[in-house]
Design a binder for this molecule. Sequence first.
Ligand SMILES: O=P(O)(O)OC[C@H]1O[C@H](OP(=O)(O)OP(=O)(O)O)[C@H](O)[C@@H]1O
Ligand SMILES: NC(=O)CC[C@H](N)C(=O)O
Ligand SMILES: [Mg+2]
Length: 506
Amino acid sequence: MCGIVGIVGKDPVNQALYDGLTMLQHRGQDAAGIMTVDNNTLRLRKANGLVRDVFHTRHMHRLTGRIGIGHVRYPTAGSSSSAEAQPFYVNSPFGIAMAHNGNLTNAQELQQQLFEKARRHINTTSDSEILLNIFAHELYQQESLQLTAEDVFAAVSRVHRQIRGAYAVVAMIIGHGMVAFRDPWGIRPLVLGKRDTAKGPEYIVASESVAVDGTGFTYVRDIEPGEAVYISEDGQLTSRQCADNPQHCPCIFEYVYFARPDSFIDKVSVYASRVNMGRKLGEKVKRDYAHLDIDVVIPIPETSCDIALEMANILDLPYRQGFVKNRYIGRTFIMPGQTQRRKSVRRKLNAISAEFRGKNVLLVDDSIVRGTTSEQIIEMAREAGAKKVYFASAAPEIRFPNVYGIDMPSANELIGHGREAAEINDLIKADGLIYQELDDLIAAVQEENPAIEQFETSVFNGKYITGDINQSYLDRLDAARNDIARGGDNSAEDANLELHNELDDE
Ligand SMILES: O=P(O)(O)OC[C@H]1O[C@H](OP(=O)(O)OP(=O)(O)O)[C@H](O)[C@@H]1O
Ligand SMILES: NC(=O)CC[C@H](N)C(=O)O
Ligand SMILES: [Mg+2]
């Protein structure tokens, strides 16, 4: 899940873009980038690493201009090479820079078509570079030198007709303005914010509302599925529905794991939805597992803390933070290779023995994906002296790959694939394993905004809403992107064609 941000301001936007990206860091730890436009010239800094490591003072000085976009990356296509860090740039028409969150499901066909129809070369294996070139080609078809909002909307409409999958996008068109659009299912989130200044209004678009609040803007609304919002360089905002048949079907995993709890996505408080997940799961334990002799409820930091606290309330049991999280280690699930993910669990979490010794503990996590965390954490709980270790997951069994922007390309790497809870329980060596029901998970989120009638839940039930995913697609994805295919750590490096404003990479 990447994070994107774009600002059309009245004063330099570099610091606000930087701040916005730090507030979206949890969505992507692999690479970060900012592009600004100043005096019709693009300014760029992008590299592998966390936001704080990628941008030094001298880079910030170079990122001048009152309009800019930024990206934090968690790769779901291509490699982790810095060549695939975003934003991407293409020089025709006008000069366009783009940042994308999501994943295209027909990238291969699109690349072929781009070459045949438009003689466009794609130099990386990133689906986002393809998306940028499709958009550029469609904008070029407008044949107008004085680009209008209508021209941009017409191009976005044609993009929607060609590309499949999930995409929340922000793009800058040099000399004109910024456009942001969301796929016709609204799978990935995108919000709009505004700030009034003495010089006129400034606008921000971002993956999550936390980046709007934290940069001093005010949340205006979510961008609708299929909608495009165009903000001209002088700050005129226009919006248009550009999809033929938009339907709202947001990714439920945003609420389970990806988003920050203080964000609102599609008018749903992520925090409140997690509390509801804890309530539902607590009620299930109370109803069906009353025979378990649980002494204490312990979360697996960090995402599950809000869920576990509510479970403890429902079960009328003590809640104890029995694991301490090293605040300098990032999220393990979004790390690129299994070796790195495995090693990081013990570096990241450490048990406080007093909370485990001689007790029957219920460990709570938001989800079990590969089982990397649960297996090791149960072992750690036993080493710390727990008598019995029960485990509860606020998401149901994750059985199917994800093709919409979560890096779960291989069914065989999912501990829940083709297994029932009892088998998974044995693999992670728990004394009991309780999963949330899918209906309860959906209800937990829907309760916060009943207007959302459906959610993207393919990892739980194998139903891919875009209608273009079959077994042979999943087999190809598996072969291309499973951990072995990626050499274990996905560290393909730097045979790249980059656009730099600095003389060296220091
Ligand atoms: O079964 P797995 O493959 O281990 O994946 C699931 C785990 O990964 C995530 O934690 P992560 O460390 O990424 O982030 P967090 O600190 O936000 O919980 C998630 O919260 C689970 O704990
Ligand atoms: N997680 C994402 O949104 C990834 C965006 C894009 N598919 C990439 O791999 O760079
Ligand atoms: Mg976790």
